[in-house]
Design a protein around this ligand. Sequence first.
Ligand code: ZN
Length: 259
Amino acid sequence: MRALVITLAFSALFLVPLLGGPLKPEWIELSYPFNSETIYWPTGVSFEHTKTMQGFTDDGYYYSAYDIRASEHGGTHLDAPNHFAEGKWTADQIPLDRLIGPAIKIDISSKTAQNPDAQLMQSDLEAWEKKHGQIPDDIILLVFTNWGRHWPDKKKYLGTDTDDIDQLHFPGIHSNASSWLVQHRNIKLVGIDTASVDYGQSKMFESHRIFYKENIPGLENVANMAQLPAKGFTVYAAPMYISEGSGGPCRVFALLDCA
Ligand SMILES: [Zn+2]
């Protein structure tokens, strides 16, 4: 009898996927690889990867070990609150539970299609809530502008391939949205698929200052957000653990909730 039960249980394991049972977990990469194409802020140091040791040693075994150099703020990366708010968390001080958790996506791609200076407004947040319910507490909020479609074309992605920051054009988060979020909702991390949480034409970086003053860190140049639903997924952000860092390179990925 026991043998029969075990046999049936094993059969069920193999049959369940065929019958539309539990789905395989679906992981989504939300970072860009670091390489010579990685986009940095115009004033930053681009990623340098020097292949200092590569090949067979005199003792006959293969060995590779390389050097890296870059600014903290380039490619898919973390902004620590200390980046724009004195006395707030540096990269190493951010508690791990602020970097992992349930997330939502606010889609403003229809506004950015014709206007590189479009911004997430309070009204976009209210429209999302009308459709999906109130933004939950302790949530990671991602803003999808569909700007990743320009990556890694620096001129299209930043609006300029020069060092002139006055020519930067890309979407961002308006201060009326960031103010409303910190006053009325309880988000723990904010991310966007552009080079900055403030739009390219920003001069005072209001949304950086509003979020980071409240110890809400940021993720910038988040990749592949088109593959995410509006809600029902968990984000994992694993930034480089830099003592006193103002931010740093970050691996970001998501796990979709099983339907
Ligand atoms: Zn940054």
